[in-house]
Design a protein around this ligand. Structure first.
Ligand code: BJ8
Length: 422
């Protein structure tokens, strides 16, 4: 990644600290990813992206900025990319998934904050991630308390807009969310200087829908009993979807899906017949958080589905296309986004229904419900979820973890025992 040093310096990054990160990431990726056998050839694209993760896409974003485009950094799948894309803006996900950034976050946040928030704040304040430096505006939301307070700290350092996510899903809440989307549209217009109209919003809706359909095709292949792709590879595809160009993302995912469909036809599998099939649900797994998948897939099982925001919640449900007015488009966007079942909502039983459906569709043997440490929302919801699954006779293991390796051995033991009894 040496070629990008000048770019990083110009972004005002902490070069010394960033060097340390650049040294550990390729090793971790090699250990976790490149050690897998019989990977689909299509994964070469994602390997390439990771090999230049702080160089290739950041350089594209900087080029776009030189051409007058604005970059919006987001932290939640509730923020509608369509609005930004309609104004020729670019969206990049900013959720931090590495322990490397956590100490930086702990300088300003309580230790008892979830690692995703600490890592996100640390990546910005420690100046060790180019995406956090490049984004012209951050878009936060009011999903959990930790995030809400973190925005106040980040907002001192970078322009910030916050979307007020409702906490219930009544019709009036959907209307309220449509109002938030309309307000966001005005913010994006002002910030980019580009008008959003029915035509460009329709076009943007189609771009994002196509990306959702492509991701969905890959997931669909994971339903096959002979698994054509590992859970780790599918997770990597999903994590990178958050900051890649949406048209290219759809193209690459479609290519991968073509290959996986052929593999299914030919009976090619990445694991022996009878390998136990796991659905993982819970808090998102932001890049490069591959810990859980790696443990599961080196313990004799395969992850076939993630009911997570880095999973099905990101691509299921599409937005109605070709609507005639902006008002109708705001409502269509609101309806689609409000189908995302985040634990910040009460009640959130539609998530349990989704998981039960997915257990069936993906022919799952057992569910692992993961909560990031100090995420009270998912941790608390875990009680009701696990009870629901047990009532249906579906084996479930609840775990709480963070970004460190401190609990890796203990997790291996617990997950190994769980898989054994399936
Ligand atoms: S829609 S899951 S992306 S909020 S893990 S920061 S909830 S304390 S990430 Fe999320 Fe949007 Fe919901 Fe999805 Fe807070 Fe919990 Fe941390 Fe979380």
């Amino acid at each position: 990644m040496a070629d990008y040093e000048k770019m990083w310096e110009e972004l005002g990054m902490n070069m010394e600290l960033h060097d340390q990160l650049c040294q550990v990431l390729p090793v971790a990726f090699g250990d976790v990813y490149l050690s897998q056998e019989n990977r689909p050839e299509g994964m070469g694209f994602w390997d390439f992206v990771v090999s230049g993760i702080h160089g290739i896409r950041p350089a594209e974003l900087i080029e776009a900025q030189k051409n007058g485009q604005k970059v919006f950094g987001t932290f939640c799948v509730y923020v509608p990319d369509e609005v930004v894309i309609a104004a020729k803006g670019i969206v990049t996900g900013l959720c931090g998934g590495s322990q490397f950034w956590v100490p930086g976050g702990e300088k300003v946040l309580p230790k008892s904050t979830c690692p995703l928030i600490k890592a996100s704040v640390g990546a910005r304040l420690d100046k060790t991630c180019p995406f956090f430096r490049i984004a012209d505006m951050y878009v936060g939301e009011t999903t959990c308390d930790g995030k809400k307070k973190a925005w106040e700290i980040l907002g001192e350092d970078v322009p910030m807009h916050i979307m007020d996510v409702p906490q219930m899903k009544r019709e009036k809440d959907i209307v309220k969310w449509a109002g938030e989307i309309e307000e966001f549209k005005k913010v994006v217009e002002d910030f980019t200087g580009n008008e959003i109209n029915v035509e460009n919003l329709n076009e943007a809706i189609k771009i994002v829908n196509n990306k959702r359909r492509a991701l969905g095709r890959v997931f669909n292949c994971r339903k096959a009993l002979k698994s054509p792709i590992s859970g780790k590879d599918a997770l990597l595809m999903m994590q990178i979807a958050f900051f890649d160009d949406p048209v290219r993302c759809a193209e690459m995912c479609n290519k991968l899906a073509d290959e996986l469909e052929k593999r299914i036809e030919d009976g090619v599998s990445v694991c022996p017949e009878g390998t136990k099939r796991i659905l993982v649900t819970g808090t998102p797994l932001a890049i490069p958080n591959w810990k859980l998948h790696h443990i599961i897939e080196t313990s004799g099982a395969i992850v076939v589905c993630e009911e997570m925001c880095t999973g099905t919640r990101y691509f299921e449900n599409i937005v109605e296309e070709d609507l005639p007015t902006l008002e109708a488009q705001y409502m269509a966007l609101a309806r689609r986004y409000m189908k995302t079942n985040c634990a910040c909502f009460t009640p959130n039983t539609a998530r349990f229904d989704d998981i039960l459906r997915m257990v069936d569709e993906y022919k799952v043997d057992g569910v692992i419900d993961v909560s990031l440490k100090f995420c009270n929302l998912y941790d608390t919801e875990g009680f009701l979820l696990e009870r629901t699954l047990k009532e249906k006779g579906i084996p479930v293991l609840g775990i709480e973890t963070d970004y460190t390796d401190a609990d890796a051995e203990q997790l291996k033991t617990r997950i190994g025992a769980f898989i054994e009894m399936l």
